[in-house]
Design a protein around this ligand. Structure first.
Ligand code: HEM
Length: 241
């Protein structure tokens, strides 16, 4: 069952702007940009373009751990009329913006789903290029999207108790920049920095490597491509009202 959203209603749009301001304050004061971005990605990344099931529909709210650690409830309580689906995607956009990343266009109007997607739709960090393609192509995304969006790992870190992996990908995990790609190409990069098998796959696969090299060299191009891919991710299966 889907809850309808009055996306063009001026009152709803005004509430979106208020939520955006609240999210900016929350994310900056609590330093929770990384987990907010991950929340948005995990909600959207379940999409299956064949069956049109999954996508940014708020169903990640059933994942209590991720939702709680992102502090997103605070904002939902203050703006109850905003759908979870819009709130999570807005949080992802704001997380990138307040940490110095590109501005990502945000269009509201996502509907919430009451149904949780089946497990196993998100990528497994222990696998390689073929698996990444299987998962992202299922969403209808491209090689370029895979590499650009992996740049989201410029923010945050892995936690042994959550994923079994440990450490940050970059030296400043609260700054959104192209350092993720620079570190991937650095042969003697800091051994404390994290490289998941799926991160390494981006350097091992020649088609992915082209984008890694481009983004490491040219941050403006990375920001432009990232903003476009992030917008696509945030709108998977979204039929505009
Ligand atoms: C964290 C895997 C793509 C954003 C993580 C973690 C893993 C992982 C294992 C560590 C979780 C933990 O221990 O807390 C993957 C894999 C991907 C992928 C296999 C396939 C390409 C993405 C994308 C984005 C993203 C597309 C966003 C655009 C993040 C962020 C964190 C994170 C921001 C840090 C969270 C924190 O600091 O709590 N990812 N991820 N990831 N991921 Fe990804």
């Amino acid at each position: 069952m889907m809850a309808g959203v009055p996306a063009k209603d001026p009152k709803y749009l005004k509430e979106i702007e208020r939520s955006r301001r609240d999210l900016r304050a929350l994310i900056s004061t609590k330093n929770c940009a990384p987990i907010m971005l991950r929340l948005a990605w995990h909600d959207a990344g379940t999409y299956d373009s064949k069956t049109k099931i999954g996508g940014p529909n708020g169903s990640i709210r059933h994942d209590h751990e991720l939702r709680h650690s992102a502090n997103s409830e605070e904002v939902k309580t203050r703006h109850p009329q905003i759908t979870y689906a819009d709130l999570y995607q807005l949080a992802g956009v704001v997380a990138v913006e307040v940490t110095g990343g590109p501005t990502i266009d945000f269009v509201p109007g996502r509907k919430d789903s009451e149904v949780s997607p089946e497990e196993g739709r998100l990528p497994d960090a222990n696998q390689g290029a073929k698996h990444l393609r299987d998962i992202f192509y299922r969403m209808g995304l491209s090689d370029k999207d895979i590499v650009a969006l992996s740049g989201g790992h410029t923010l945050g870190r892995a936690h042994p108790e959550r994923s079994g992996f440990e450490g940050a990908w970059t030296k400043d995990p609260l700054k959104f920049d192209n350092s993720y790609f620079k570190e991937l190409l650095e042969s003697d990069s800091d051994p404390d920095l994290l490289k998941l098998p799926t991160d390494k796959a981006l350097v091992e696969d020649p088609k992915f490597l082209r984008y890694v090299e481009l983004y490491a060299k040219d941050e403006d191009t990375f920001f432009r491509d990232y903003a476009a891919s992030h917008k696509k991710l945030s709108e998977l299966g979204f039929i505009w009202p």
